[in-house]
Write a protein that binds this ligand. Structure first.
Ligand SMILES: C[S@@+](CC[C@H](N)C(=O)[O-])C[C@H]1O[C@@H](n2cnc3c(N)ncnc32)[C@H](O)[C@@H]1O
Length: 397
C-alpha cells in the first residue's frame, strides 16, 4: 500500500464524490484543508491523474516523521545528482506562506549545490510538456489528525491539454453552455461504466472525455448542427491527441454512434451496448443576467418537464437493472441583488421513484466532517446558470 496526498480543486464535495467513486471510500484516510490522504494498492501515475477531473496535484508520501523540517527536503534533494540548477518548492496544509518561505531559505543554506526555490507553486513553473520537469522537486509538509507526512509531488494536472480540449476543438458554441472538460470527467467517473451515451450531446464534450478515458461513446442531439459539430470534434480529437492513445486511436464509427434524436422519444436501439448515461441536458435560453425572477421561474418549470419526459422515456425502454444516469440539472441565479435566489427544478426528484429511479448519494457519510450529500452543486460566480449534479440508478423492469 502507498499513501498519496491529493490536492483537490475548489469543490470539495465533487472531489470527494469523484475520489470515492473511483477508489472507494475506504481508500480515503484523511481530509484537511484542500487535501485528501488516500491509500492505494498500486502506483499512482500521471496517467491516473489525467483521468480525474477534480484533483489538481498528487503527492506521494515518502515518510511519516515526528518532525517536518528543512533537513528532510535537503536530504532528499541531495540524494539526486544534478548537472545543472535545480528548482524546489514546498506545499503544506498547515504552514502559512511565511513559514514555508523560512523552510525554503533554510534548505538553500543547507545544501551544497546550486539551487533556486519557488515561493509559489504554479503548474507553469514546474512543468515541461504534460509532465513534471525532472529538475523540479516540490515537497509537501502535511498533517492529518496530528500525524505528519513528508511527501513529494508525483503528478500534476495537465492544464494545457484541458485548454486544448476546451478551446481548440473546431465546433464550439457559447449558446450551449460549454460544459468544462473537468466536470465531464468527474461525471464520467461518478457513473463508472465502460460504454457511455449522451442523449443531449451538444458539441460532444462528454463524448470527448469518455473517449480519452478509453470508454466507448455514443451521442445524440435534437439539432443537426450539433450532430455535425460533434462529429467534427470527435474526428479532431482522434487526429490531434495521438499521444493520448499511444498510437492506437479508437475506431469512431461516427455515422452509427452520433445521430439526431429527441431524448424524450428514447428508443431501445439507442441504448444497445451502452451501460450508462452521462449527460448535461438542455440549460434553457442563454441568460443575460437581467431576466426577471418570474421569467426564470417559469423557464425552470418548463425545463423540469423536459427532464421528466426524458427520464420517463428512458425508464420505458431501459430494462437494465442497476443502469446509471449521471446528469446535471440547471440552476438559475436570480438577478435581484438585494434578494439573491437560485431557481432549481423542483418536484422532479420526488417523481423519480415512480419511474423506477433512485438517487444514489454522491457524498456518503464519512468520518472526515464532510457533509453527506445526495447531489452536488457546481458553480462559478461569473456564471448565470449553475449545474446540480445527480446520479440516478434504475432498478430495472
Ligand atoms: C446544454 S447543451 C449540452 C452541451 C454539451 N454538454 C456540450 O458540451 O456541448 C443541451 C443540448 O440539448 C439539446 N436538446 C434540447 N432538447 C433536446 C431533446 N429533446 N432531445 C435531444 N437533445 C435536446 C440541445 O440541442 C443542446 O445541444
Amino acid at each position: 500500500m502507498t499513501k498519496y496526498i491529493f490536492h483537490i480543486g475548489t469543490n470539495l464535495h465533487l472531489a470527494f464524490a469523484e475520489v470515492v467513486s473511483v477508489y472507494g471510500l475506504k481508500s480515503i484516510k484523511g481530509y484537511q484543508r484542500d487535501y485528501l490522504l488516500v491509500e492505494l494498492n498500486f502506483e499512482f501515475t500521471q496517467s491516473h491523474l489525467d483521468k480525474l477531473g477534480s484533483v489538481i496535484e498528487v503527492y506521494q508520501v515518502l515518510s511519516e516523521p515526528s518532525y517536518l523540517d528543512e533537513n528532510l527536503i535537503a536530504d532528499d534533494l541531495s540524494s539526486h545528482s544534478f548537472e545543472s540548477k535545480v528548482l524546489f518548492g514546498v506545499s503544506s496544509n498547515f504552514l502559512d506562506g511565511k513559514h514555508k518561505l523560512d523552510v525554503l531559505k533554510r534548505v538553500k543554506k543547507n545544501v551544497k549545490f546550486s539551487c533556486r526555490f519557488l515561493e509559489s507553486i504554479t503548474a507553469a513553473s514546474i512543468k515541461s510538456g504534460g509532465a513534471l520537469n525532472v529538475k523540479t522537486f516540490v515537497y509537501g509538509f502535511f498533517e492529518f489528525l496530528n500525524v505528519k507526512y513528508f511527501a513529494r509531488l508525483s503528478a500534476i494536472q495537465d492544464i494545457d491539454s484541458y485548454s486544448r480540449r476546451d478551446f481548440g476543438k473546431p465546433y464550439r458554441s457559447a449558446k450551449l453552455g460549454m460544459l468544462p472538460p473537468k466536470l465531464s470527467q468527474v461525471m464520467l467517473n461518478l457513473a463508472g461504466g465502460k460504454s457511455v451515451y449522451d442523449p443531449f450531446c451538444g458539441t460532444g464534450t462528454i463524448l470527448i472525455e469518455a473517449i480519452l478515458a478509453g470508454k466507448k461513446a455514443k451521442g445524440s442531439d435534437l439539432q443537426t448542427v450539433n450532430i455535425e459539430g460533434t462529429k467534427s470534434n470527435l474526428q479532431w480529437l482522434v487526429d490531434n491527441f495521438q499521444y493520448h492513445f499511444g498510437g492506437n486511436p479508437p475506431k469512431l464509427n461516427l455515422e452509427k454512434n452520433v445521430f439526431e434524436a429527441d431524448a424524450t422519444k428514447m428508443k431501445s436501439t439507442y441504448l444497445t451496448g451502452v451501460d450508462c448515461i452521462v449527460t448535461e441536458g438542455f440549460l434553457g435560453a442563454p441568460k443575460r443576467g437581467t431576466e426577471y425572477d418570474k421569467e426564470l421561474e417559469s423557464e425552470i418549470v418548463e425545463l423540469g418537464e423536459l427532464y421528466y419526459l426524458f427520464l420517463k422515456a428512458l425508464a420505458k425502454v431501459n430494462s437494465l437493472a442497476g443502469f446509471t444516469v449521471v446528469l446535471t440539472l440547471p440552476v438559475f441565479k436570480g438577478s435581484k441583488p438585494k434578494d439573491p435566489k437560485n431557481f432549481f427544478i423542483e418536484n422532479l426528484v420526488e417523481k423519480l421513484p415512480a419511474l423506477g429511479y433512485s438517487v444514489s448519494a454522491l457524498v456518503p457519510s464519512n468520518d472526515f466532517g464532510i457533509k453527506a450529500k445526495e447531489s452536488v452543486l457546481y458553480k462559478r460566480n461569473d456564471q448565470k446558470v449553475f449545474r446540480q449534479v445527480y446520479r440516478l440508478t434504475h432498478r430495472g423492469k
